[in-house]
Design a protein around this ligand. Structure first.
Ligand SMILES: C[S@@+](CC[C@H](N)C(=O)[O-])C[C@H]1O[C@@H](n2cnc3c(N)ncnc32)[C@H](O)[C@@H]1O
Length: 283
């Protein structure tokens, strides 16, 4: 049986021996079997070897045609990294396939994380037939499209601020043939949502960095008895208290009750912080 080649093995003899161990073994691959881009975090000690690392990665993972380095943390309102091309094709727009959906994206222009596919599946599985769903901070559309594919009688409205992400969302709606059950709106949720003229059975807030600042927009969008999916960054040792407190006091401002339905650790954000989701029925 052929052994899967390892990026560190590929770089031994190319990088100084004492640096090979610093090369990350894991990286994100976005795309398909035919054409993908990889996004890798290169420690500062390895920066002079960025091209060699990118080329080695393409040798071990043959479908990767371009390698981007996470130049910075996700920044600003659009939550996009300042990426640097280490090697390969500078055209880093790809078609990513997951759970029967296809997403066109350039990870340098819009937020997309292939690691969140299970989360998208988990939330989509909660949507009942006929529900009307608001996806705030919708990015290139993965939540809305995943819901529309899984629950064809549901209807989703997706609101996004980044014009590049919104353009990809429109394209992804077309590629997935869900134009009859997803509509995408470009703009700030604070301005767009109050003008939508309806309340929703379910509202998603997939912006862990700062969703709490938009609860005053989100809560009035939930029908009485509807469900809010609130994302938050939280300390590892007490992941839910802070988010629950914030959510309950925001709802009180509108005279709305909160019944906590579920508390989920979605993923580890850093050694001390988790990305969490609180599902709540808003009365
Ligand atoms: C963490 S990303 C999530 C994107 C998408 N939901 C996904 O899971 O791939 C958050 C998104 O919220 C968008 N955003 C930030 N502030 C916004 C606002 N005030 N109104 C609408 N969208 C906003 C960003 O541009 C970004 O695409």
């Amino acid at each position: 049986m052929a052994m899967k080649r390892d990026i560190r093995g590929e770089l031994s003899g190319i990088l100084p021996d004492d640096l090979v161990g610093l090369v990350p073994r894991s990286f994100d691959v976005i795309g398909s079997k035919g054409r993908a881009v990889a996004v890798i975090e290169v420690p500062s000690e390895l920066e002079p070897y960025g091209q060699a690392i990118g080329e080695a990665l393409m040798r071990v993972q043959r479908n990767v045609q371009g390698v981007l380095s996470k130049g910075t943390e996700r920044m600003g309102e659009f939550r996009v990294r300042d990426m640097r091309l280490l090697a390969g094709d500078p055209d880093t727009e790809v078609l990513h396939k997951e759970s029967g959906c296809v997403f066109k994206v350039d990870p340098g222009r819009a937020y997309f994380s292939p690691r969140e596919s299970t989360e998208r599946e988990n939330v989509s599985s909660k949507v009942a037939p006929g529900e009307r769903v608001l996806v705030m901070f919708s990015g290139i559309g993965p939540f809305a499209i995943c819901i529309a594919k899984r629950q064809p009688t549901a209807y989703c409205v997706a609101v996004e601020l980044n014009p590049d992400a919104h353009a990809y969302c429109l394209e992804n709606i077309r590629l997935n043939k869900v134009g009859d059950r997803v509509s995408a709106v470009l703009g700030d949720v604070r301005e767009v949502c109050p003008k939508l003229g309806e309340r929703f059975d379910r509202v998603l807030m997939p912006l862990p960095k700062g969703a709490y600042e938009f609860l005053d927009t989100a809560i009035p969008m939930v029908k009485s008895g509807g469900v809010l999916h609130f994302y938050h960054w939280a300390p590892r040792d007490d992941p839910f208290s802070d988010g629950e407190c914030i959510l309950i006091s925001a709802a009180e401002e509108f005279g709305r009750s909160v019944e906590i339905l579920d508390r989920v650790r979605v993923s580890q954000y850093s050694p001390s912080a988790w990305k969490i989701r609180i599902d709540a029925r808003i009365g």
